[in-house]
Design a protein around this ligand. Sequence first.
Ligand code: NAP
Length: 537
Amino acid sequence: MNSPTVRKVDMIIVGAGFAGLYQLHRARGLGLSVQLLEAGDGVGGTWFWNRYPGARCDVESLDYSYSFSEELQQEWNWSERYAPQAEILRYINHVADRFDLRKDIQFNTRVASASFDDASTRWTVVTQAGERFECQYLIMATGCLSIPQPPKFKGLESFKGQWYHSANWPREGVDFSGKRVGLIGTGSSGVQMTPVIAEQAAHLTVFQRTANFSVPAQNEPLTEATLAHVKAHYAERRALGREAVTGQYLSANDKSALEVNDEERLKEFEFRWRGAGGGFRMLRAFNDLMRNPVANKYAGDFVRGKIRATVKDPVKADILCPRPDLPFGTKRLCVDTNYYETFNRDNVGLVDVKAHPITEITPTGLRTTQGHHELDAIVFATGFDAMTGALLAIDIRGSGGQSLREKWAAGPRTYLGVSIAGFPNMFIIAGPGSPSVLSNVVHSIETHVDWITNFLERSRVQGTQRIEADLAHEDQWVDHVNEAANQTLYPVGNSWYLGANMPGKPRVFMPYVAGVPAYRRIIEGVAEKNYEGFMQA
Ligand code: NAP
């Protein structure tokens, strides 16, 4: 039997989302030969797959966009403050064309395994179709929210209607006109699609397990004047973003919620809820919202007050109000347009499936412990195997054949969120242990890609063949990430940040909470000290 051909390149990148595309661009700049492997048939990553009605970003597009090319940021015109999915996908396609990236991307290619050979210091990457690649550097640009959690409901196979998952939406769209639709899940995806489906469907029933907090996006079209102003001062906007805790400038208030009186506190929350504010600005209303339970409760009570003032049916309002044991913002804050208002429509129902759990899907609908709901279509907005799912879906074997699945059996461990001890010459972009999903992720991606590229440039000059995080430094970093999280209220939230949404997943707070500027100073300091904590040979 002939042995399969092996394609040899300097670098393999897995994933053609924001991270993979920028890494491809920068690696080419180093003169490396690169092959990018992408499971989908187009670029865009999360924006390629998540085409559900109402999908749009929750970080303003003027910030949630690449900053590396002045020409790019000058020529692209965002239409709205928070661009819809189709526009973001057009943007990513434009980037791929503008920088001529497609010629190094192989689509419809899912990576099955990657193994490191200590003797040659090269990785062998094998695709599900059995193709083999060999590379010196392996870059995992696989995304934090790319493995949907499959709906595991008894009887689903018997359902006679159509069902969909938010992250695997049919390309041609779905027409819910005249249909009775059931929507399971009220995280960011469910909250975004609820108002849009309600407009079209004959009837929508939202099945809510945990009431989460949602704040209005205050989305609006971007005027020519606004675009011209931002473009004239883009460098300043990006610089402010770099120094903001989330990598996006959001006028943070540096006061404690406890040092102001009731009137001032309310004024601040109102300001952030209304037109001039919106979105994640609410998290920056006071400097201790995510650290002090009393401060946090003020924010929670404010939003609960808004829910009760908006939703006319007091029973629905009560179900929608997050319980006191869920601190504000500790499950990822949802950013919506008309979410709570939608529950005032006659064709929208709400079922509390914590009080009355779903027992089964039937041929004609869904049954809870309280009764049966007749449905023509079911939408699952039930989330993802976040942060680790895409990495662990690939059988990754590092030095000495060590398995990543085994190494991470009790939760992810990284050095700086970018490297893993025992897995030489492999880097992860915006991975666990970095600000990642708690930040403007495009900003964090650029930070990581620039840092990795500089590291590789230097090691090529020095003739280094093998770069590997030192285990002791990794252990210290994991401790530091945990300590940082434990100084906040985040771990209380039982969220996907902790892996709590996946039955059986180890509970480890995965992102680094200390903020983008603090993190950048750490990784820049590491670079200045000859990449301290990395063994280089
Ligand atoms: P998610 O936040 O994990 O929400 C999943 C929802 O499904 C939760 O309400 C969850 O309830 C519910 N659920 C899961 N399994 C269930 C079951 N068996 N029965 C009943 N309910 C069940 O997922 P997501 O909404 O897709 O969002 C994930 C992340 O993607 C977001 O946090 C955000 O970072 C990102 N995202 C961003 C945007 C944006 O930029 N605007 C849009 C969409 C997503 P429990 O809370 O009780 O587990």
